[in-house]
Each structure stands twice: as structure tokens, then as C-alpha cells.
Design a protein around this ligand. Sequence first.
Ligand code: ZN
Ligand code: ZN
Length: 134
Amino acid sequence: MTMLKVANCPNCGKVFQKNLRNLCQDCIDQVHGDFDRCEAYLRGNRKASTEELSKGTGVSAKRIAEFIVSNRLPVAYYPGLTYPCNSCGLPIRQHHLCSSCRIRIVNDIQKMNQQEAKRKERGIGFQIRDRLSR
Ligand SMILES: [Zn+2]
Ligand SMILES: [Zn+2]
């Protein structure tokens, strides 16, 4: 007997047979429909913003963001499209964070590394003194 791998669709909650897209067939069809509507709208309004596109198609901004991030709607071709920074919500067009959030996070990491380096330096200092006193 083979066990069917089933899961709850993360989008609509319906139980479905697991597939590569990790969505039930209804939602896959819906996403296809959403994408087609977005593309059709952008064909006439290439420079539309995400907000205009969402209003013009009824597709949620979140879904549009997914299309942008997965590069199905390339920002290089659609200059008005943006999606919110993961951290502060500012409209961005690449990566998952805006530049100021990226800088902040890089600084945080650097600070952590510096602290770590200082700790290690101190540790090495002790070792050298130990060796000299022997
Ligand atoms: Zn679904
Ligand atoms: Zn940000």
C-alpha cells in the first residue's frame, strides 16, 4: 500500500496531495490566473506601481511581491514595481531588505565579529603570558 503524501495547502488550508509547487491545484490555478491578469495589465501599463497593479487587477500586493521576488515579473522590465522591505516595509526592488536595513544588519554583524575578535585576542594574550611565565 502506498501512502499518499498529503498536506494542508498553505494558501487556502484545504487538504491536498503534496506536489512540487506546495499548493493545491485550485490555488495553483488561481496563481496562474493572477499572474495572467498582472501580465495583461502590465502589457498596457508597463510603468504601473505595485499599488496600481493591485488595484487594476484585484491581485493582492503580497501575491504581486511573490511574482517580483521570484522574478516572474522582472523589475528590470517593469520600473514601477516594488515590494516591501522585510524589516521596515519600505518599498524596495531587490534583495529582501532595503539598503538602510541591510547596512544596519551588516553593522550589527560587524560589531558582533569585533566583539568576538576582542574576546579571542584577550584569550590569546592570556595564553602567551602563560607560556612566558613558564
Ligand atoms: Zn489551496
Ligand atoms: Zn528596511
